[in-house]
Unconditional design. Structure first.
Length: 145
């Protein structure tokens, strides 16, 4: 294992030890099986980005802090930033906002909904009426027998 990875794993260990909560909760938050945290500090299983991100969320710190502190020489030596290569990152896609209707479209849509509801109400009334008539006929037939 190279010295940089060893330093990063030591930093992750220090962060885990600084967390005041339960070790099982820490393992669960990082997605590491129970009892596997110490093994991860030794390099098996390998530390993954998701482990760093999950730990950062738990500690309420930036995930980039782990790389910044774990690789300080590379942080200082880098003359450029990633944004110079790829541009500014776009915000995550959020749910689509509902499209606004023009007033005349909204009025027409309301009319259609009201007409459809009226049809269904009329159909329900008709079905109830038929059910009641059928019930009265059955009662009349059974009385005559």
């Amino acid at each position: 294992m190279d010295k940089d990875l060893r330093r990063l794993l030591g930093l992750v260990r220090d962060a885990c030890n600084a967390w005041p909560g339960n070790k099982r909760d820490l393992e669960a938050a990082m997605g590491v099986g129970h009892g596997r945290l110490e093994e991860m500090f030794q390099g098996h299983p390998e530390l993954r980005v998701r482990h760093l991100v999950d730990l950062a969320r738990l500690l309420k710190v930036r995930p980039s802090d782990f790389l910044r502190l774990g690789y300080p020489e590379d942080e200082i030596a880098a003359p450029r930033q990633l944004e110079e290569w790829i541009g500014e990152p776009q915000p995550p896609k959020s749910r689509r906002k509902a499209l606004a209707f023009a007033p005349e479209q909204e009025a027409r849509l309301r009319e259609l909904i009201q007409e459809e509801l009226a049809k269904r109400t009329d159909e329900s009334d008709f079905e109830r009426s038929n059910a009641a008539v059928g019930s009265r006929k059955r009662k009349a037939v059974s009385k005559s027998e």
